[in-house]
Design a protein around this ligand. Structure first.
Ligand SMILES: *[C@@H]1O[C@H](CO)[C@@H](O)[C@H](O)[C@H]1NC(C)=O
Length: 394
């Protein structure tokens, strides 16, 4: 037991040390991508612009001898706009292609190499507290964090910006009555060999077409209407905030982008998580899921938030035996499950493709594997409640 303090401090020191080492050596080693997104399938067809429509427009232009009047030349363009906008806000424009700047990426390879470790050896914890935890109000884990506390104000108030975005198949966290073992979806278990499904929400209704009508995905891969997903936005005070390199894939390059900034990881690193069931209904459209968790008092989004310290959960291979050494950092998890339109998710994937760092070839556009809920002895005893948008403390 008396090794806990040293382990917690050692873990934190290792993180800081990792940054220093990376800073000193400027390694750019792809094999160190311990926490890269797990590989998944990619159909590769989503980048093809809809040439048919474009060709027809060209033909129309060719058929016109000359733009004799302003009216004639202007009729072709508005027609196109109307046509494409009727199919939904996420419909790819006729000449879609990623507009990405590809100069030197200042965050490339900044992720420290911290391999996964055994959670315990002879009963002695080898890493700090882990995620995903039970976020039901009142839950406290058994892991004594020895004074480490979560950030209890929105991350932007501690100068942290989102540096990545990805989503888990099902909810990785557990919120009783919202996303738990009684939740349902189009499949009881959508897991594959590589991707484990977490919990589902209570919203799914097989008799309501908005949960069952297929959506014509243009940008995301492997998504299903009616299915629950947990979107996660890692934040960092050492990100390239406000630049074209803010969003990184793998996100750890963004977390550790700026050298010599991080001194207290629980205070400077965080992850927002929000759970959604995807519906084919544009009245649930939200245009900008890049920015982070939706926080809106009027629609009751991001207003009941569990805050605790834990680890990153991305990369696979993590369970209650194998733990992440990327800890402690603050989690802000919306306890409620919300509906989101499929078009919002597809817009998110389109926005991801437009980032300067390459989100396309890294298979960042499909659901990631959910880690199993961590056992009580891996979960922090410091969970508190608040609303992420207001300045906290319920
Ligand atoms: C989650 O926490 C709540 C509140 O402490 C508890 O009632 C429930 O049994 C826990 N569920 C799981 C799966 O740990």
């Amino acid at each position: 037991m008396d090794r806990r303090p040293r382990n917690a401090v050692a873990g934190l020191l290792m993180l800081v040390l990792g940054v220093v080492v990376v800073a000193l050596t400027q390694t750019n080693n792809p094999s160190s991508a311990t926490f890269e997104l797990t590989a998944g399938e990619k159909d590769g067809g989503d980048e093809t612009p809809p040439m048919v429509r474009r060709d027809r427009n060209l033909d129309e232009n060719e058929g016109t001898t000359a733009p004799t009047t302003a009216t004639e030349s202007s009729t072709t363009a508005p027609t196109t706009v109307t046509e494409s906008s009727t199919t939904g806000p996420s419909q790819a424009p006729p000449t879609w292609s990623p507009t990405r700047y590809q100069g030197p990426n200042p965050c490339e390879g900044k992720r420290p190499d911290l391999p996964n470790a055994l959670c315990f050896v002879e009963g002695i914890p080898q890493t700090g507290e882990q995620a995903p935890a039970n976020v039901t109000e009142g839950y406290l884990g058994l892991r004594d964090t020895l004074g480490v506390v979560p950030v209890t104000v929105p991350f932007w108030q501690v100068a942290s910006c989102p540096v990545g975005v990805y989503w888990k198949l099902g909810a990785e966290h557990y919120s009783y009555g919202e996303y738990d073992e009684t939740g349902t979806g189009p499949m009881e278990d959508a897991s594959s060999d590589d991707v484990r499904q977490g919990y589902q929400c209570q919203h799914y209704d097989a008799s309501d077409p908005k949960f069952t009508t297929e959506f014509d995905w243009q940008h995301c891969d492997g998504m299903t209407v009616g299915q629950t997903y947990e979107i996660q936005w890692p934040h960092s005070a050492a990100g390239a905030c406000g630049t074209i390199w803010q969003y990184q894939h793998p996100f750890l390059d963004g977390v550790f982008c700026r050298d010599s900034v991080l001194v207290d990881t629980a205070a400077e690193l965080g992850v927002q998580a929000q759970v959604f069931t995807v519906v084919n209904d544009d009245s649930y459209y939200y245009h900008d899921l890049m920015r982070g968790m939706i926080v809106d008092e009027y629609s009751d989004r991001g207003t009941d938030v569990a805050m605790y310290t834990g680890s990153y959960t991305l990369g696979g291979g993590l369970d209650n035996t194998v733990c992440s050494q990327f800890t402690p950092l603050t989690w802000h998890v919306d306890r409620k499950c919300h509906l989101i339109s499929a078009s919002s998710m597809d817009k998110l994937c389109e926005d991801m493709k437009r980032q300067s760092d390459d989100f396309i070839t890294g298979v960042a556009l499909s659901p990631q594997s959910a880690r199993e809920l961590v056992s009580d002895n891996l979960a922090a005893n410091n969970q508190v409640s608040g609303g992420a948008g207001t300045a906290i403390g319920k």
